[in-house]
Structures are given as C-alpha cells and as structure tokens.
Design a protein around this ligand. Structure first.
Ligand code: MF3
Ligand code: CO
Length: 260
C-alpha cells in the first residue's frame, strides 16, 4: 500500500525526521576508538525512550532476518553494510561505521543512515565510497521533482554509483514510509527514467543508496541479520527520509541544529 500523508501528518513527519537525525549525530559524536557497538545500541535506546518515540527495529521480524531484531539501531562495520546487528565489538581507528536508525513518533516513522570513519585514519578507498553513496543520495533527492517517477530517482542514484565504479545490488533499496517503516513503493538503486509510480505530494520515501567496493554480492552473517560484502570489501550506506512536495522534495531527516 502507498500512503499519502495529510499536511498535519507531514508536520509530525518533520519532527520524527529531526529526532532520527539528532540521535544519529549524537551517536556519531560519541563513536570513537574503543566505543563498543553495544554501547551505541544502549545510547540509541535511551534517546528513543526519552523522546517518547518507539523503535521500528526492536520487535521487527521481516522475512529477511531471523526473529525479532532485538536492538534499537543497525551498526555495520567495514564489510558489514545492511541490518548490522549490534554485537560486542570495540571500534578501531579507521573503521567505517554505518548507523541506520528508524523510529516512530506520534504515529509517523522516519528512517536514516550515515556512514563515517572512526578515529583519525582516512583510508582513501573508504572516503571515496562514503562520498559516492552521499552523492548518489543527493542525486536521488534532486531527481524527485514535480512530475518525476520512481524510475527517475532510481536512475539518478544508479548513475552516480556506476560512474564511481561500484557494482549495484538490487536486492535491497529504498522504500515508501509513513505510519510504518517499510511500505510501497520500492525504490531500486538503479533503474530507468520515466518508469514506475508517479510521485505525489504527501508521499514519504526513504532513499538509501549503498555500495560495496568490488562486488554486488551479499552474504548473511552467522547472526542471521548482518549482511556483508561477499568479498569482505568495505561498504557504505547513506539514507534520508524525504517528503514529496508540490515543487520538489524536502529532506526530513536533517538535524535540528548544525553538527560538524
Ligand atoms: N532501516 C533499515 C532500512 O533502511 C531497515 C533495518 S531493519 C532491521 O530500510 F531490522 F534490520 F533493523
Ligand atoms: Co530504509
């Protein structure tokens, strides 16, 4: 089902989006060399609860995972890219960490992911990978203009990832979002312009380009959730929730105050 939000629901969506972004930025600031992924999960839980929001993950049991997720945030390190199950691991200098968070506040969900390097090291291959997923995300948002279709967004995302030299996996991509986290339409990270559902004001989409340096193939970790690159190469993932408006798209998952 595709949901179209009312103006009042869109105001609430903006509040949920800012909360998700603020939590992600606070967790990024606290994620340094030696930080344990389980601490990040506990901090996320505390911030979600104190905001009066509900986790979209803790009880989530989709077909692509094993049982309820049981945690409050996805933490994916280096070759782990999607659905990273927090576990007992202390971050090292130069680790590439992806934090992916979705919550519901006042009945409206928002979903966002950031990838960044921990500590001081800046391995060039990882910097380029993160940069490509961020540029792909912003190209996708720019393509969500009046009269655009889902295929225009997919094509814009795919063009950036392909030009950067990364193979594209089509098993997981973006999605509609609203009263629940995962809704139609699916937004592939590659596609053909002019195809698919025509965007309408009030539609919320989570766009989420992700990439792996040298493969399009995923393997599932023994934990039953975490998806890793089949070649153990590094990976990155950038996601925003956007609202389609009358004259383009508005990013909802922006922090309420500027962060570095
Ligand atoms: N938020 C993820 C996405 O971007 C989904 C994570 S589902 C979980 O669509 F169960 F792994 F948390
Ligand atoms: Co998502």
């Amino acid at each position: 089902m595709i949901e179209i939000l009312t103006p009042a629901e869109l105001v609430r969506a903006g509040r949920t989006g800012a909360l998700v972004a603020d939590i992600l930025q606070a967790l990024k600031a606290r994620s340094t060399v030696g930080t344990n992924l389980l601490d990040i999960d506990r901090w996320a839980q505390a911030m979600i609860v104190s905001a009066g929001a509900q986790s979209c993950y803790v009880d989530y049991s989709p077909s692509f995972g094993s049982g309820p997720f049981g945690h409050y945030i996805c933490t994916a390190v280096n070759d782990a890219v999607l659905h990273g199950l927090p576990h007992d691991y202390a971050l090292a200098d130069g680790d590439l960490l992806t934090l992916d968070l979705a919550v519901i506040l006042d009945g409206v969900a928002a979903d966002s992911a950031i990838s960044f390097l921990v500590g001081e090291a800046r391995p060039p291959e990882s910097v380029a990978l993160i940069d490509a997923t961020e540029r792909a995300l912003h190209a996708g948002i720019a393509a969500a203009g009046p009269g655009a279709r889902i295929g225009d967004i997919s094509a814009a995302i795919g063009a950036v990832l392909t030009a950067a030299g990364y193979p594209i996996n089509t098993e997981f991509g973006g999605h509609g979002i609203g009263s629940t986290m995962h809704q139609d339409p699916h937004v592939s990270n590659t596609g053909r312009p002019g195809r698919g559902y025509k965007l309408r004001p009030g539609l919320l989409l989570a766009l989420e380009p992700w990439a792996m340096v040298d493969t399009a193939e995923l393997i599932t970790d023994a934990d039953g959730w975490t998806l890793r690159s089949a070649t153990a190469c590094r990976t990155a993932h950038s996601e925003h929730t956007i609202a389609i408006t009358g004259d383009g798209a508005q990013i909802l998952t922006l922090p309420s105050q500027p962060h570095s």
